[in-house]
Design a protein around this ligand. Structure first.
Ligand SMILES: [Fe+2]
Ligand SMILES: [Fe+2]
Length: 162
């Protein structure tokens, strides 16, 4: 009996996690739409074009997560996580990079949860998404001149650690 209970609890955690992931995707879409237009220094024009591509990819992620929630019989959330805004070029990029760091850490956890729950197809979908999130992280970190992996950045200290 406790096994059934554990399984139900694990599934509930997985679903709640996916809802949070979807809310983070909404936030990412909004930030990328705004920042791709607001970056205004010549040195950031290249990354501004990349942010437009990110916005489209985040929309694909949101659709994929919503589809998985529907599959699990759950009504997808509609509110984004709190969006960060800034007028400062570097601050915009840091806001996006922090969001990607957070997103990647969460998808790592979600993949473990999905595999533990025997949701293999879901785990595969999440692995496809996290690969693109890491690409986003690389684009932003490169534009800012920092190491993409947040765990290494945190060890070194410095900006963007929150
Ligand atoms: Fe995403
Ligand atoms: Fe992303």
């Amino acid at each position: 009996m406790s096994n059934d209970k554990d399984e139900a609890a694990a599934r509930k955690q997985l679903v709640q996690g996916l809802q949070d992931d979807l809310a983070r995707e909404y936030k990412a879409i909004i930030q990328y739409i705004i920042f791709s237009q607001k970056l205004d220094k010549a040195q950031y024009m290249n990354i501004a074009d990349q942010l437009k591509i990110h916005a489209h990819q985040e929309l694909d992620h949101a659709l994929a997560i919503a589809r998985q929630l529907d599959y699990l019989g759950v009504y997808p959330v509609h509110m984004p996580k709190p969006v960060e805004v800034s007028e400062d070029n570097e601050e915009m990029l840091w806001a996006d990079l922090r969001a990607e760091d957070d997103t990647i850490n969460n998808y790592r956890e979600r993949i473990r949860q999905a595999e533990a729950a025997g949701e293999i197809a879901l785990a595969e979908i999440l692995k496809g998404i996290i690969t693109q999130e890491q690409d986003h992280q690389i684009d932003l970190a490169t534009a800012l001149g920092v190491v993409p992996d947040s765990r290494i950045r945190r060890e070194k200290g410095g900006k963007g650690k929150k």
